[in-house]
Design a protein around this ligand. Structure first.
Ligand SMILES: Nc1ncnc2c1ncn2[C@@H]1O[C@H](COP(=O)(O)OP(=O)(O)OP(=O)(O)O)[C@@H](O)[C@H]1O
Ligand SMILES: [Mg+2]
Length: 271
């Protein structure tokens, strides 16, 4: 019988082989390949179903959904009221678990995780932006932005929060309370808070729903800019005007994806 190759290996190395030589050559090849391969998947849903049980009735809010979103995409999720958008967002954001199916986020299988593990994955991987900003009242902009870093146990929180506020154009509003800021500025603070942990992906549920058209444009410019810089962005919207800025539009009906279009010529925002 042949002995296992592992035990023979030391005796079969060519005399001139350097440690790791062939391995490095392999890595180089992989690195070179990665420049030509398509971006890696950020989100992979396979057969995802979400059923809400209300007494005797079952609502199939998501029905066997397959979806892959690659790193660096900007995707708008559209659909009528009750079509399953928020349900999908809650699952993508690890705020809720599917009843059935598989979900991989940035390569991690998140379907079968405990609540604590999900909280950690959320904090590390996802930045949330909500329609209603969800800032803590009577707390300065910079303190609001620091919050996810407190949960993550990061030290130089003030510096990082300040930098995130500068990134959204609010470097001079750090000490302002939410009620001392305009709606658009409050949403920008919320985006800074979503960005401060450097998440793999931004999830925004109707981020411009409470804003006038000028402030909406400001927020869109910011989201498009972040996407141009490589950040994956998924946003829910009711408005075609907003979806026009995404690279891809997914439409839901009765818990199913009924269309999935790539917008080769997405709308550009005038600077
Ligand atoms: N917690 C829940 N319990 C029971 N049913 C629910 C629950 N959440 C949502 N549903 C049902 O699931 C379906 C999808 O709801 P969802 O909130 O995902 O819709 P939506 O597309 O976000 O709608 P909207 O545009 O109004 O926000 C609806 O029929 C809704 O009534
Ligand atoms: Mg909703």
């Amino acid at each position: 019988m042949r002995s296992p190759s592992t035990t023979r290996l030391p005796f079969h190395q060519p005399k001139n082989a350097t440690r790791g030589g062939p391995i490095f050559a392999g890595r180089e090849t992989a690195a070179q390949l990665s420049t030509v391969l398509p971006a890696r998947p950020m989100i992979q849903l396979e057969g995802v179903t979400k059923i809400y049980t209300m007494g005797e009735n079952e609502v199939r809010a998501l029905n066997n959904v397959d979806l892959t979103i690659a790193e660096g995409e900007m995707v708008a999720v559209m659909g009528a009221s009750g079509s399953g958008k928020s349900t999908m967002m809650n699952i993508l954001g690890c705020l809720d678990a599917p009843t059935d199916g598989r979900y991989r986020l940035d390569g991690i299988d998140v379907a079968q995780r405990s609540d604590n593990e999900l909280a950690e994955i959320r904090n590390r991987k996802i930045g949330f932006v909500f329609q209603s900003f969800n800032l803590i009242p009577r707390t300065s902009a910079v303190r609001n932005v620091e919050l996810p870093l407190v949960y993550a146990g990061v030290r130089d929180r003030g510096v990082r929060a300040g930098r995130a506020l500068e990134q959204v154009g609010l470097g001079d509003r750090q000490k302002h309370l939410p009620n001392e800021l305009s709606g658009g500025q409050q949403q920008r603070v919320a985006i800074a808070r979503a960005l401060v942990t450097d998440p793999a992906m931004l999830l925004a549920d109707e981020p411009t729903g409470n804003l006038d058209s000028e402030s909406s444009l400001e927020i869109l410019r910011l989201l498009v800019g972040l996407n141009d810089a490589g950040r994956t962005v998924v946003l829910i919207t009711h408005e075609e005007d907003i979806a026009a800025f995404a690279k891809r539009v997914i439409r839901l009906r009765d818990g199913k994806i009924v269309s999935d279009q790539t917008q080769h010529k997405r709308m550009q925002i005038a600077q």
